[in-house]
Design a protein around this ligand. Sequence first.
Ligand code: MG
Length: 267
Amino acid sequence: MLDKKILLTITAFMALATMSMVQAQTDAEKKAVQSAREKEAAKTEIWEPVPAKVTPGKLVGEAPSDAIVLMNGKDLNAWQKENGGAPTWKIDKDGATTVVKGTGNLESKQAFGSIQLHIEWREPTAIAGSSQSRGNSGIFFMGRYELQVLDSYENPTYVNGQAGSMYKQHIPLVNASRKPGEWQVYDVVFTAPQFYADGNLQTPAYITVLHNGVLVQNHVAIKGGTEWIGQPKYTAHKEKETLVLQDHGKDGGNPISYRNIWIRELQ
Ligand code: MG
């Protein structure tokens, strides 16, 4: 009887020992498999070049450390009247720069190629005019590709000419306009077009636009220089050109204002 008990105990002990060995083997195998997977994963890891450090603004919309600030609310040193001369637009007490209608466009002194642009604009509280004459301005990338600025808050007009449109080329995906008198924001990624040496188009310009944080243009191909009449077409130009803000002239509307404009040059 005793022998049988001992035998059973020994058998049970051996069974447990065997199970433990199987478990140990399984753990070792798991480790080996994981190690092999990590080696495979490392083959697709890239460690250099390390992206440059950029200190972002304290608040979203503030210029990051590598931005070129074009409009700071204090002076218009980065600007000229289009094609030369002192700027004719005025800085208000609140730091906004307001169009003086009929005096001409505002042009950056510096030329740019592909850029990230942050720009804030405000439609006048006193509504005057309608459709395209209500708070019309525009941002001309490279002096020729217009992202429309317009009071499009309850102001019907042709949709490829409303705020957020690439004028007469691309209708905005939605109308994200704020009321007149409220500051609005465009955040833009603009890719400059490229031309062959003979002047033919190699790749068109592309633009992505967020209007007040809402996507309105999603990497659309620009069809050529903006035209009021007729179809757009490309004409070869320099790799870098100036940024131009539109004075829509004495159209019956009230003047619009800009502030906090900064640019990051892209490769
Ligand atoms: Mg315009």
